[in-house]
Write a protein that binds this ligand. Structure first.
Ligand SMILES: Cc1cc2nc3c(=O)[nH]c(=O)nc-3n(C[C@H](O)[C@H](O)[C@H](O)COP(=O)(O)OP(=O)(O)OC[C@H]3O[C@@H](n4cnc5c(N)ncnc54)[C@H](O)[C@@H]3O)c2cc1C
Length: 453
């Protein structure tokens, strides 16, 4: 057992569940983090660096696969640098920008040269990426336990989270972990949040996406993240309410996939059939064929547009996919997961410096306020764009031939999609984007949808 430094009074806690359920007591910490994806490892790393005792619980072992496009924009690179990760080390594949392909045209848009963000993106398979982040969290002082599947929150009589129950190891041994604060970073399943009563906002749709790896030496070193805006849905023939991607991994492989966020007026999308139909359009010399596939096609959900809230509730902070933090503009979620994790860790460190009680609660409620300050307007506009355009007609209207012919409009689009701009504005594009976002009404932090138990 570690010594608790926060002075938390546990008298209000109901009888330890180990005594109630026969579960074995695991460990205590100041903070538990559930899930060691980008959100969880980043949160654990930042907490450990701030001197907070943190236990990171992960159901899998590393390395492990995660269905993803494996692409990072400059916003994601910025977070890696903030975590002290060497982005010049072998294993990273750099990209210079995005390449949009639409209706027989193709344009390259370089990432902007801004003061606040690097001017390059990266790719790396999530198998490597997530293991690397978890290693860095451990090196910073987090205590990582793999093979631990969290089964639910432990709460005190007031309904406040005081730990989690879990099944540990191959023998699925019941065990409890205790802490006055828990970070839910368990991805799209959001099990911890759901079990504390935080349901998904039914007004916000969840996108789905599928990807497959192929051996493809000729495209594996491409300097751009390639995005196709003119895919047609198999069967219906309608425009895909999303896009397809070809991301170079630099190791002889490419990651090919597509995602869709259909509006209810659009009808369902068969991702597999749409992918099959798209792949035959790729140039023959790429060799994207069954023999060169190095994985099966796998799909997963992308919870976007802040589809679960509040992001702080009774000792639980929601970070990354568990809070639906995937960008409604682009489907990007790794950078957002890591950035929110840093904000959550900073909030927690400041809150733990106060005695438990109303002052600490007030400090913890700054986390959703901070997330809203950073992304609220951008996500609100993105949700609207999703409802009105992207979820109905996809990206084809956005990549109208006039837009594709205008470098200024393309640069504006790239910054809007990836949410990178200098503040205060460095150039006209930044100024236009800031003005656009300023006219979007601020989202007021919303309360929970289901009444407290
Ligand atoms: C097909 C596809 C392509 C995508 N492409 C991109 C892309 O190119 N770029 C990008 O930025 N984003 C992309 N995304 C989104 C991105 O994958 C997610 O937003 C990101 O992984 C979110 O990180 P996270 O840490 O919140 O969740 P996750 O990465 O899902 O991590 C959650 C972790 O929690 C663990 N866990 C879950 N339940 C439990 C439990 N009960 N107990 C213990 N541990 C648990 C899991 O094993 C996992 O390690 C894509 C998503 C999909 C589906």
């Amino acid at each position: 057992m570690i010594t608790r430094r926060d002075g938390e009074d546990t008298d209000a806690t109901s009888e330890p569940s180990s005594r109630r359920t026969g579960q074995q007591d695991g460990e205590e910490a100041q903070v538990l983090v559930v899930g060691a994806g980008p959100a969880g490892s980043a949160a654990a790393l930042h907490l450990a660096r701030a001197g907070v005792e943190v236990v990171l619980l992960e159901k899998s072992g590393f390395p492990r696969d995660k269905v993803c496009g494996d692409g990072l924009t400059p916003r994601g690179v910025q977070q890696l640098v903030r975590m002290g990760i060497d982005v010049n080390a072998p294993g990273w594949m750099r990209n210079r920008g995005m390449r949009w392909v639409c209706a027989g045209r193709e344009v390259d848009i370089d990432w902007p040269r801004l003061g606040s963000h690097p001017d390059f993106g990266l790719t790396r398979s999530r198998r490597d990426f997530d293991a690397l982040l978890a290693d860095h969290a451990v090196a910073a002082g987090a205590r990582l336990h793999t093979g631990v599947r969290v089964t639910g929150p432990l709460t005190d009589r007031a309904g406040r989270i005081v730990g989690v129950s879990a099944l540990a190891g191959p023998e699925q041994r019941p065990v409890t972990y205790r802490a006055p604060l828990v970070v839910a970073a368990d991805g799209a399943s959001a099990r911890t949040a759901v079990m504390l009563g935080l349901e998904r906002d039914p007004e916000r749709r969840v996108a789905t996406a599928a990807r497959r790896y192929y051996r493809c030496e000729s495209r594996s070193q491409e300097p751009y993240l390639e995005l196709w805006a003119d895919l047609m849905c198999a069967k219906s023939g309608r425009d895909l309410p999303g896009y397809g991607w070809v991301f170079p991994l630099g190791d002889g492989r490419i990651n090919i996939g597509l995602g869709a966020m259909p509006h209810r007026s659009h009808g369902p999308v068969d991702l597999r059939a749409t992918m099959d139909q798209w792949l035959v359009r790729l140039p023959d010399d790429w060799g994207v064929s069954e023999e060169n596939a190095t994985s099966p096609l796998r799909s997963a959900a992308l919870p976007m547009g802040f589809n679960r809230h509040p992001q702080y509730h009774r000792g639980l902070l929601l970070v990354g996919d568990s809070a639906g933090m995937v960008s409604p503009w682009s489907g990007e979620g790794i950078a957002q997961a890591m950035e929110a994790a840093e904000a959550a860790a900073e909030t927690i460190a400041l809150a733990l410096a106060r005695p438990s009680g109303a002052g600490r609660e007030h400090a913890l409620r700054q986390y959703p306020a901070e997330i809203n300050r950073r992304w609220g307007r951008h996500y609100r506009l993105g949700n609207l764009a999703g409802d009105l355009i992207l979820g109905r007609y996809g990206y084809r209207p956005v990549l109208h031939p006039r837009v594709m012919a205008s470098p200024a409009l393309l640069r504006t689009l790239a910054r809007l999609l990836t949410h990178v701009a200098d503040e205060p504005a460095h150039d006209t594009i930044d100024a236009v984007l800031h003005t656009l976002l300023r006219v979007v009404p601020r989202t007021r932090p919303r309360g929970r949808r289901t009444p407290p138990s």
